[in-house]
Design a protein. Structure first.
Length: 109
């Protein structure tokens, strides 16, 4: 059953006009967004020796299309990445860090 929404338009005087706006059920169903699954992967990161190393790793991994966020833990020598698996792969994310000089290997998950 269509829902009616009334919009009131104020004119130059104090008069008001009500116009019905009708939305069809089929238009409502096609406008629903499809949820995209996100995945989390943790990587062991080699060669991190100073405070700027995690910044380089984070920037390299964030440069991969489909990566949503990267959290690097210098003490644990790891990075946790939130990504869209329909846009990238674990191997592509690891390669980005490796190519920046910090070899990455997927662990867990």
């Amino acid at each position: 059953m269509p829902k009616a929404i009334f919009a009131a338009l104020a004119l130059g005087t104090s008069a008001m006009i009500a116009l019905p706006l009708v939305t069809s059920a089929s238009a409502q169903s096609t406008s629903k967004a499809v949820a995209v699954a996100e995945m989390t992967q943790t990587f062991a990161i080699d060669n991190m020796t100073c405070a700027s190393c995690p910044i380089t790793v984070r920037l390299a991994m964030e440069g991969v299309a489909g990566v949503k966020s990267v959290k690097v833990d210098f003490e644990a020598k790891s990075a946790t990445v939130l990504y869209d698996p329909s846009a990238t792969t674990v191997a592509a994310i690891a390669a980005a860090s490796t190519n920046a000089g910090y070899p990455a290997k997927a662990i867990g998950n």
